[in-house]
Write a protein that binds this ligand. Structure first.
Ligand SMILES: [Zn+2]
Length: 252
């Protein structure tokens, strides 16, 4: 009997240990060849001889300016658990050992960790994810990605409202039912779902105010707007049509 208790005790210890095991530790364990720098807001990790290593002071300035912009956009004074772990990867291919997909950036809010490419580290997107999810909790994908895209102000260098006006004319926009479904959002081309949710979140903040947007985030639906999905779509389509589409060419 005693042996069974001992085994159960070790199983319990193992469960406790693995549940505390954060993503940042996993990455460090997979590949311990990281240089580390301790800053006020974040612990910066980068590879020796990488672009970050060679341009360290400039990279830190780019990151700090993006973080300041993200805080302003989220109307949040500071990170919940500073310092967070910030891994700068050389390019999208470097994501493959961790996630099997060549992302530009990923945020693990529970692990207080951001992975981002050298090019993308000066965008507000991932810092906004970390600030917002830690502050307001989890929500629907369109609200999370829409607000992070809203913080970037542009998508692939294009104004999101103009881009959505262009996609509307091309009949490429998602239906609101699909946009609001996490599964369909993720399945759709991100080149439509991201600018469309970004434009919609931006429109909601502009028309209804940031406090109402926060209610939408927390409710995980548009009930705080007190209008139907159909009316919201109608109003938003009228809004994006005010933005010129001159010269836009965009494949999805
Ligand atoms: Zn995102």
């Amino acid at each position: 009997m005693k042996i069974i208790y001992k085994i159960l005790f070790f199983i319990l210890l193992f469960i406790l240990f693995t549940s505390c095991y954060t993503y940042s530790k996993r990455i460090l364990r997979i590949d311990n060849n990281w240089k580390k720098d301790t800053l006020q807001n974040y612990l910066l990790y980068y590879k020796p001889l990488s672009k970050t290593d060679k341009n360290l002071p400039k990279t830190k300035l780019r990151i700090d300016s993006a973080i300041a912009k993200a805080k302003k956009k989220a109307q949040v004074f500071d990170f919940k658990k500073p310092p967070f772990h910030l891994f700068i990867l050389e390019n999208q291919k470097d994501f493959i050992p961790f996630e099997k997909i060549p992302y530009q950036g990923l945020t693990y809010a529970k692990s207080n960790t951001i992975l981002v490419t050298q090019n993308f580290c000066s965008e507000t997107h991932e810092y906004f994810h970390l600030l917002s999810i830690q502050q307001w909790g989890e929500t629907k994908v369109w609200i999370k990605e829409g607000s992070a895209t809203f913080s970037d102000e542009k998508f692939h260098g294009k104004n999101v409202h103009s881009l959505c006006h262009y996609l509307f004319k091309e009949n490429k926009l998602m239906s609101f039912d699909s946009l609001f479904s996490d599964r369909k959002f993720v399945k759709n081309s991100y080149r439509v779902s991201y600018p469309q949710s970004g434009s919609l979140v931006s429109y909601i903040i502009e028309k209804y105010g940031f406090d109402i947007f926060l209610q939408v985030w927390k409710a995980k639906n548009i009930k705080p707007l007190h209008i139907s999905k159909e009316k919201l779509k109608e109003d938003w389509i009228l809004f994006i049509q005010k933005y010129p589409t001159n010269g836009i060419k965009f494949s999805i």
